[in-house]
Design a protein around this ligand. Sequence first.
Ligand code: INI
Length: 159
Amino acid sequence: MRTIQGNLVSKGYRFSIVVSRFNEVISGKLLDGALDFLHRSEVRDEDITVIWVPGAFEIPLVAQRAAQDADTDAVICLGAVIRGSTPHFEYVANEVSKGIAQAALHTGKPVIFGVLTTDSLDQALERAGSKAGNRGFTAASSAVEMVSLMREMDNGTKA
Ligand code: INI
């Protein structure tokens, strides 16, 4: 049996973080959480690029563009789509989730979904550093693990 998995040790990995200004009170906390994880994994500041976009709807295009950059190993997408604040919640939430998945498949690089989709601002706050943890922190953890996993798979490729 062969088991392949990534670890959480960053070995010079380079990350782009695409973060939405809409609901910045939440997305700013997600960014803090993501940076906290990356710094604790000893990712160097010069290996992190933070890109701000207007809203979650704009994340996929910019994430795909960032993933195409040879200097980026993975992209972390952060934002908050809150049902209470929009009649077109479903459209924005569907497009951002679909678009992020497509960006990963088109580029072959990890593009991590760290976008909250909640019914209320309170629920978003809970997931942005209060009682339900910080989704930015866990998104960054997934990013490190996925880069590590992709490297493992590259190393294990049979000729
Ligand atoms: N963008 C978000 O990131 N979160 C939201 O909750 C939201 N609401 O409520 O509408 C939102 N809208 C803006 C959207 O993402 C685009 O920026 C805008 O439609 C321009 O394309």
